[in-house]
Write a protein that binds this ligand. Structure first.
Ligand SMILES: NC(=O)c1ccc[n+]([C@@H]2O[C@H](COP(=O)([O-])OP(=O)(O)OC[C@H]3O[C@@H](n4cnc5c(N)ncnc54)[C@H](OP(=O)(O)O)[C@@H]3O)[C@@H](O)[C@H]2O)c1
Length: 230
């Protein structure tokens, strides 16, 4: 059975993506910090007859993230799809927002640690095996400020843009290796940001396996995912 690992899996987008891939027969591995919430999500997926397991790890604690992937490999086998979409809610040391005039090394570093180092660490746990097997998908979610500078996101945008830069290069460097990597910036108003509507597009991106970047805007969401039109 194929496995999707979701890094930063909560009740919003992570859970919706889990349901979509689970409905297509995937085993689901959820990675987040809160054990009881992970257990709750695994329970809800179980009610839908989706095989899932939760792995407690903190992206800011690299060793715990590496261990989570070791545990996934042992418990659920190789990861076929990696989806990275942590939402920095709750206690995140130093993860404040700063405008361009207030950007400092101190308020950029945590965002780099979270988005860039987190994504690099997670990818490093699955990519060698994907390349060896000649198959796999890597999807990295950010916000629009990774693509279009937004003054309100002066420091976060630096990290998102760095992650985007790496993923676009990764996409090109994986050409011909059977592994697909893409950056998925979300640009959604509060009304549009329904994870149940967003998640099917991740299945669509995975199955199509084309393009280095897919901006999911309200307009895109209002059109059905292409694989559902077929
Ligand atoms: N308007 C928009 O453009 C828009 C709208 C919605 C979402 N988004 C983006 O979509 C993504 C998902 O958002 P969501 O809220 O729907 O996701 P979600 O799957 O409901 O939650 C993400 C999970 O990330 C986990 N997380 C946070 N910090 C972590 C850490 N240090 N280590 C491990 N896990 C961590 C949290 O769980 P724990 O607390 O248990 O660790 C949280 O529940 C985010 O990147 C968000 O910015 C964008």
């Amino acid at each position: 059975m194929a496995t999707i690992a979701i890094v930063g899996a909560g009740p919003g987008l992570g859970f919706s993506i889990a349901k979509v891939f689970g409905a297509h027969g995937y085993d689901v591995a959820l990675i987040a910090r809160n054990r009881s919430r992970l257990d709750q999500l695994v329970g809800w997926l179980g009610e839908l007859e989706i095989a899932a397991a939760g792995y407690q790890a903190d992206i800011m604690d690299r060793a715990s993230l590496v261990q989570a992937f070791k545990d996934i490999a042992a418990g659920q086998g190789p990861v076929d799809v990696l989806e990275f979409s942590p939402a920095p809610r709750g206690p995140q040391a130093g993860m404040v927002l700063a405008g361009p005039l207030d950007v400092s090394v101190a308020n950029v570093q945590p965002h780099i640690d979270f988005y860039v180092h987190g994504a690099i660490t997670a990818t490093g746990q699955v990519l060698p095996d994907m390349i060896e097997r000649g198959t796999g998908t890597l999807l990295f979610t950010t916000g629009l400020s990774s693509v279009v500078p937004s003054p309100a996101m002066g420091n976060v945008g630096i990290a998102g843009a760095a992650l985007r830069n790496w993923v676009l290069n990764l996409h090109d460097s994986l050409a011909g290796k059977g592994v697909y990597a893409a950056h998925v910036p979300l640009s959604l108003s509060a009304d549009e940001a329904d994870p149940e509507t967003v998640a099917p597009h991740y299945w669509d991106l995975h199955t199509r396996g084309e393009g280095a970047e897919h901006l999911l805007s309200g307009d895109v969401l209002r059109s059905a995912p292409r694989t559902e039109e077929a």
